[in-house]
Design a protein around this ligand. Structure first.
Ligand SMILES: [Mg+2]
Length: 394
């Protein structure tokens, strides 16, 4: 897996741009002495939800993170490799499903880091791939010339030689016979695609691999002369994830392997790509910045001269179901991250994962999930961290 450190300098920007947005429902004056020394990052799929169904008592457990008046008591966010819709929309969906008020700033999706390269591609033609609303996601981040791969492919007649056989397609967003082919929004026949972004799990792998190979082999202009490969970014690299079906489903990492294998077979040079999402330590650093900002908004902490709040967490809990991404990511990120592994999703082992052992495993049982297991969390954490303010305040 190749990571390029292109996003490294952008954490300060994240903090600045988000700080205004945090001052919402968290903003009733709270005593400084109550400032929590810990924060929590929850994975979503296989921990909080399976599909659209809450896992066990996860809504009740999350409600304990709020005060009686509905303001946030414990800083927490959702740290998921999933995505496909803007953070604002996902926050609204989660609020509805879980019965609590979630702010868009508490939703960090696999594609959230893409907003950090807006300056590089703001006015360039880019293609967004994946389920949901990938182009809307990128537009909301500030990219001005973005086309979904559905729309982009629709402008190139016969680019997908199998499209006529895809009778399973119930909705053809961009009809082949429509006038769009003659009047694309951008001049896709001479304007090179400067970058491709895999925002969420691709739907039509065959068509998408074909079109991406065309874009990447031909320097951003399918069917023209071969050219330098434009950058391609993946929101995550999960090989598998837990959805509603009893067995794991192939994720974006599987798509990346398929694309890479095929591209490397048809191209003279290997695929260059950048993957984000957990376990990339950048994601955890970003989450820490957001959690710190949450604390400062709850407790009205003024920024220092250097732009920091001076607040430091002694522990940040990553609660996830996938050792490869959740536990591994927390391990890579190091202090103050502390990994907790659930048995409600991908991980089904008896004790702990052998390759990526969590700091604490077997906490959250699939039977009754989070709410009923907060007591064990408290006991264990208190035992580990005697004398400190911990999750025991739950
Ligand atoms: Mg998961």
């Amino acid at each position: 897996m190749r990571f390029r450190s292109v996003f490294r300098a952008s954490l300060a920007n994240i903090k600045t741009s988000r700080s205004r947005c945090f001052r919402r429902s968290f903003s009733r004056l709270q005593p400084q002495s109550d400032r929590p020394s810990f924060g929590i990052a929850f994975d979503i799929d296989g921990v909080i939800l399976r599909g659209r169904t809450p896992v066990g008592g996860s809504p009740q457990a999350l409600r304990r993170l709020y005060r009686d008046d509905g303001t946030l008591k414990i800083p927490f966010l959702f740290l998921t490799n999933g995505g496909g819709v803007p953070e604002s929309k996902r926050a609204s969906e989660l609020s509805q499903l879980l019965g609590i008020e979630i702010s868009p700033q508490q939703v960090v999706q696999g594609h959230s880091p893409f907003k950090e390269v807006v300056n590089r591609y703001e006015n360039e033609l880019i293609v967004a791939v994946g389920k949901g609303e990938p182009a809307a996601v990128m537009s909301e981040y500030g990219f001005k010339k973005v086309l979904s791969i559905d729309e982009y492919a629709s402008y190139f007649k016969d680019i997908d030689p199998l499209s006529q056989y895809k009778t399973w397609r119930i909705k053809q967003t961009y009809d082949e016979n429509s006038s769009m082919e003659l009047h694309p929004r951008y001049d896709v026949y001479s304007d090179r695609v400067k970058a491709a972004f895999v925002v969420s799990d691709p739907v039509d792998w065959g068509r998408d691999i074909q079109v991406l190979c065309d874009i990447l082999r031909y320097g951003g202009l399918p069917g023209r002369d071969k050219g330098h490969q434009p950058p391609i970014y993946f929101a995550s690299d999960d090989l598998e994830y837990q959805a509603v079906f009893p067995a794991e489903r192939l994720g974006m990492g599987a798509f990346r392997i398929a694309l890479e294998g095929i591209f490397n077979s048809v191209s003279s040079s290997p695929l260059e790509y950048t993957s984000f999402g957990k376990p990339n330590p950048f994601v955890f650093k970003n989450a820490e910045v957001i959690l710190t900002q949450l604390v400062s908004d709850i407790y009205h902490i003024q920024d220092n001269m250097d732009g920091g709040t001076g607040h430091e967490f002694s522990t940040l809990y990553m609660i996830g179901d996938n050792p490869k991404v959740d536990t591994n990511g927390a391990m890579k990120a190091g202090h103050p991250w502390f990994s907790m592994l659930t048995r409600t999703g991908v991980f089904r082992g008896k004790d702990n994962d052998s390759q990526f052992p969590a700091d604490l495993a077997r906490l959250l049982l699939s039977k009754d999930a989070l709410a009923e297991n907060l007591a064990p969390i408290r006991r264990v954490v208190v035992r580990l961290r005697t004398g400190h303010e911990t999750i025991s305040t739950l």
